[in-house]
Design a protein around this ligand. Structure first.
Ligand code: SF4
Length: 590
């Protein structure tokens, strides 16, 4: 089954901004934050926001005393804003900048004596706001027929609700010109948001390419309803769902292609859940070679097999760069260690990371017992191999395993909890990425040394340790970049959620440039002759990894959010490329 996900699906800029404001101020605003009407049309997200002190009031209700008002992206009438300010409520303005532009247009032409005709849905929050700005000069119309009911007018300014149907707007504008061209001054401002426009246009195109269309988003969301209407009008099987659980699978089971689109207030992780569900159902219900293969790949990705193989690749590079022979036992231990630790990490954090993918979530729930058995067996096997090899190796792996297991366990005694704000290591913000990178660099720098019974800490091992640390850290950051929206909503404090996506991308790119500069400049600081040394040249073969990481960080948003297995493999490509660099160096510098 071919699945096409609309590129425009998911939060639009205005909704994203409002949700970010809610998350930023939650817990800080005295008296809590209230919104008049839901901030977005997604029950799960609203539930999480509620737990974080952002509650939703019915639009007709009054704010509670001392609370902070968060104005939704739709905006509110100026009179309402003034009233709440007078009553002493703090106000966080989450009005979408594009809606604000419509407010300004209305204010400008109203001041010049124009009658403001607004095309929009009666009772919609944004329309109430627009009418508030238009005051006595405002008239709402909803269809071309309404033009005939307008009184005689001399000066007309036609604007629109930002999510209004673009074709209907054009028809209404045409009718207005027909009736008033000879008698009135007419200004038409097509204030339909491009995001809405593009979403509708893309949905029309996708509807032509598929047999069924799934529209994800709130049943009360006007812009999602419009997308569903496009689907119904196209004659395709169309389902408007809020979550994957509402999909009527029987109705689409035999379709060869399915399109997924979503409203502006549908979180990306919900779209991903819908995608994962359809993919899972199609792979489990059809057993062609391709779907079986894809199913296997996603099982391997869920089991963290690709990243564990990445550890084998890094182990090989580490052996080569340190001048040791590749040891099959070392590769096996590296594979088993990272497999067990990633599985353990996934099992213990699956509830908090369920927004990373419903396929993965279901898999871990369904296979929980078996996976715990695999973790235990893998750890025993890995420690057993180490024990029979050398005592030093056993202690290294035991230390690394205990550190990995302890990460999720409470290590601060009860009586210290009032002094120490964190009870587990994982509670420390941004700790996850650092600890993972530390595990990679410690195990994969020293494993070859211990196996070769040549434990040393010199410039070379420090450089290698740092290099592996950076690559593992980069890998974690790339995943955090992908999951930022869900992580923010679920309250996961990663470096990316703390500093924001834009800044995070800049920091990562800067990190890559610094690495490149270090690789090129440090040897010269140690003396120009080092450029002639094979050791420095061996490190130069690692430079393509940085270019790959650069390209990936810059353009990874183009890889559909939903193609998790592909995304995993491509991200782990950093490690495979490190091994490839070492292999090429080995061949060329013989
Ligand atoms: S649809 Fe457009 S106008 Fe409406 S909130 Fe989103 S970006 Fe703003």
């Amino acid at each position: 089954m071919k699945i096409i996900v609309a590129k425009t699906a998911g939060f639009c800029m205005g909704v994203k901004r409002a949700v970010d404001l809610a998350l930023e101020h939650s817990g800080k605003a005295p008296g809590g934050i209230q919104t008049l009407g839901p901030l977005i049309h997604n029950k799960q997200t609203l539930e999480v926001l509620k737990q974080r002190g952002v509650t939703t009031l019915d639009e007709t209700k009054q704010l509670e005393n001392q609370t902070t008002l968060l104005v939704r992206a739709h905006g509110i009438p100026p009179s309402m804003q003034e009233r709440y300010s007078r009553e002493g409520h703090a106000i966080i303005d989450g009005t979408c900048p594009k809606v604000k532009t419509v407010h300004k247009v209305i204010e400008r032409f109203r001041a010049q004596g124009y009658t403001i005709i607004i095309t929009g849905d009666e009772g919609h929050a944004e329309v109430i706001g627009l009418l508030g700005y238009a005051g006595d000069n405002g008239i709402l119309i909803q269809s071309a027929d309404d033009v005939a009911k307008l009184p005689d007018l001399k000066k007309i300014c036609l604007v629109s609700q930002t999510t209004f149907d673009r074709l209907l707007f054009d028809t209404i504008a045409g009718e207005i010109h027909k009736r008033f061209d000879s008698t009135a001054e007419i200004i038409v401002k097509k204030t339909i948001c491009a995001a809405t426009d593009q979403r509708q246009a893309e949905t029309e195109i996708i509807a032509q390419q598929v047999e069924a269309l799934i529209v994800v988003g709130g049943k009360n969301s006007a812009n999602t309803q419009r997308l569903a209407k496009i689907g119904f009008d196209s004659g395709r099987i169309t389902q408007h769902v809020e979550t994957e659980e509402e999909i009527n699978w029987d109705a689409i089971a035999n379709c060869k292609s399915i399109g997924i689109t979503a409203g502006a207030s549908t979180p990306t992780w919900m779209i991903k859940r819908v995608h994962d569900y359809i993919e899972f159902m199609s792979q489990t219900h059809r057993r062609g070679i391709k779907s079986t293969l894809l199913h296997l790949i996603s099982i391997f990705a869920n089991l963290n097999v690709f990243v564990s193989l990445g550890a084998v690749a890094v182990y090989y590079a580490s052996c080569y760069l340190q001048g040791f022979d590749f040891n099959v036992m070392g590769a096996t231990i590296a594979f088993l260690y990272f497999l067990s630790m990633y599985l353990w990490n996934s099992l213990t954090s699956i509830e908090k990371t369920q927004h990373h993918g419903i396929g993965r979530y279901r898999f871990y729930h369904a296979q929980k017992k078996r996976l715990y058995i695999i973790v235990t067996a893998t750890i025993c096997l890995m420690l057993g191999f180490s024990f029979f090899y050398t005592t030093q190796l056993f202690y290294l792996m035991l230390f690394a395993t205990l550190a990995g297991l302890a990460y999720h366990m409470s290590i601060v005694p009860g009586f210290l909890r009032t002094v120490v704000p964190y009870s587990t290591l994982k509670d420390i913000p941004t700790s996850r990425e650092l600890f993972i990178a530390l595990a990679w660099s410690t195990v994969l720098t020293f494993l070859p040394q211990v196996l070769a019974k040549s434990f040393t800490i010199d410039i070379l091992s420090i450089a290698l340790f740092t290099w592996i640390f950076i690559l593992a850290y980069l890998r974690s950051l790339i995943f955090d970049l992908r999951d930022i929206e869900g992580d923010r909503i679920m309250g996961r404090e990663t470096l990316i959620t703390i500093i924001g996506e834009k800044r995070a991308r800049k920091v990562i790119l800067l990190m890559i440039w610094l690495c490149l500069a270090t690789l090129l400049v440090v040897p010269s600081l140690l003396g120009l002759s080092i450029y002639k040394s094979t050791k420095a040249l061996e490190f130069f073969f690692q430079i393509p990894v940085l270019f790959y990481a650069f390209v990936f960080v810059k353009w990874n948003t183009k890889i559909g959010q939903n193609r998790s297995a592909l995304f995993n493999i491509l991200t782990d490509g950093i490690f495979y490329l490190m091994a490839a660099g070492a292999a090429i160096a080995e061949l060329m510098l013989k």
